[in-house]
Ligand binder design. Structure first.
Ligand SMILES: Cc1cc2nc3c(=O)[nH]c(=O)nc-3n(C[C@H](O)[C@H](O)[C@H](O)COP(=O)(O)OP(=O)(O)OC[C@H]3O[C@@H](n4cnc5c(N)ncnc54)[C@H](O)[C@@H]3O)c2cc1C
Length: 329
């Protein structure tokens, strides 16, 4: 593969390419022309790779590599690490770009070490400066933002969910014009084996795919008031309910529904924050939300600095009126 500069690696989850792969691809497109980008789908043959990528639509002109091997579908970090190390050593890209998902938290640092590359994690911004690309990433649980310039190549870059994909809207192509190439991954004997697979927590996967998230904070007042939060979420299609840490710690919602630096990172189209103050540990995880609406009775609450629309009102006044209004429409 000539002139390859960026290799985008897609994470596969429950038989689909994870949405964060769109962010990885969008960053690759910001860094270099599409002719210099290749997209790797692990555990798929040529045909499966094309099917998996169909919902993307924006891979037109980009070379696709189907890195095949039954075992890669098992999602064992050790296997992916080996397969990707061999592939990258062969293709020698400047950038290996993947999503900052829990799976790549396991794989990416090891890959960087094997390639003698720098690993930049949790990237949520990019500037094209005179001196080259500069990435931004949150540090110390979101308390600081670091700007990282590149020096000696190669680099493994892990992008935060929702950080780049939306910026690429309008640039989507149609069809698959790039070449599709299948490479069989040669894997050494297993060093670990999967003993059991547990079904994913539904709250967790619902947050990943929800278009609308209604999030409850301590301002909801108690578990007896959660019903109105669920009723609000039910107004929207593809919605889910999430909570701040105190809400999940108190058991008003399961721990898997927690949004924040010690919970899930989310990137819905709409994030409706109800009675959430907007601590940085919470805000750091909603930077990918397209629109944030906050309902809080304290007009000085920090959540309003992130909100696109703010409603200064008590939840017990606003939410029932809002539900009634929507139902009567
Ligand atoms: C290491 C570390 C990690 C953390 N990780 C996370 C994390 O992952 N996720 C997370 O969320 N937090 C996390 N936290 C906690 C974080 O610092 C905040 O304490 C927490 O986010 C506050 O939650 P809250 O907004 O629900 O509650 P509060 O800060 O108590 O805010 C409640 C809000 O509700 C409003 N309110 C009260 N009554 C009403 C009413 N009737 N109607 C409308 N509004 C009302 C108040 O004005 C207030 O703004 C972490 C903290 C630390 C130290």
């Amino acid at each position: 593969m000539k002139n390859l500069r960026a290799l985008v690696v897609a994470d596969i989850f429950q038989g689909q390419v994870s949405p964060v792969a769109k962010d990885a691809l969008a960053l690759a497109r910001l860094l270099c022309p599409k002719e210099q980008v290749a997209f790797v789908v692990c555990g798929a043959d040529e045909k499966q790779a094309i099917t998996l990528l169909e919902p993307f639509g924006d891979v037109a002109g980009i070379d696709i590599i189907a890195l095949s091997g039954e075992r890669l579908l098992e999602k064992i970090g050790d296997d992916w690490l080996h397969a990707l190390t061999c592939l990258c050593q062969n293709l020698a890209p400047e950038f290996v770009i993947c999503g900052w998902s829990s799976f790549f938290m396991e794989v990416a640092p090891g890959l960087a070490a094997n390639l003698n590359a720098a690993c930049i994690t949790g990237v949520d911004g990019f500037e094209d400066t005179e001196k080259g690309p500069v990435f931004s990433r949150l540090m110390a649980g979101g308390a600081y933002c670091a700007r990282v310039a590149l020096q000696k190549k190669p680099w493994v870059i892990c992008v935060s969910p929702g950080a780049f994909a939306k910026k690429e809207q309008g640039q989507q192509g149609k069809g698959f014009l790039g070449r599709v190439q299948q490479i069989e991954a040669a894997l050494p004997p297993n060093r670990v084996r999967v003993m059991e697979r547990l079904a994913p927590d539904t709250a967790e996967s619902a947050l990943d795919t929800a278009r609308v998230i209604v999030a409850a904070g301590r301002g909801v007042g108690g578990p007896e008031n959660m019903e109105v939060i669920f009723a609000t979420a039910a107004l929207f299609g593809r919605s889910a309910v999430a909570g701040s840490r105190p809400v999940c710690d108190a058991g008003w919602l399961p721990v898997a529904a927690q949004v924040g630096v010690t919970g899930r990172t989310v990137s819905p189209a709409l994030y409706l924050a109800c009675g959430i103050s907007g601590a940085f540990q919470h805000l750091a995880a909603i930077s990918g939300a397209r629109c944030v609406v906050a309902v809080n009775c304290d007009g000085r609450a920090p959540i309003f600095s992130r909100a696109d629309f703010g409603i200064v009102e008590r939840l017990e006044n606003f939410l029932p009126a809002f539900i009634e209004c929507c139902q009567n429409k």
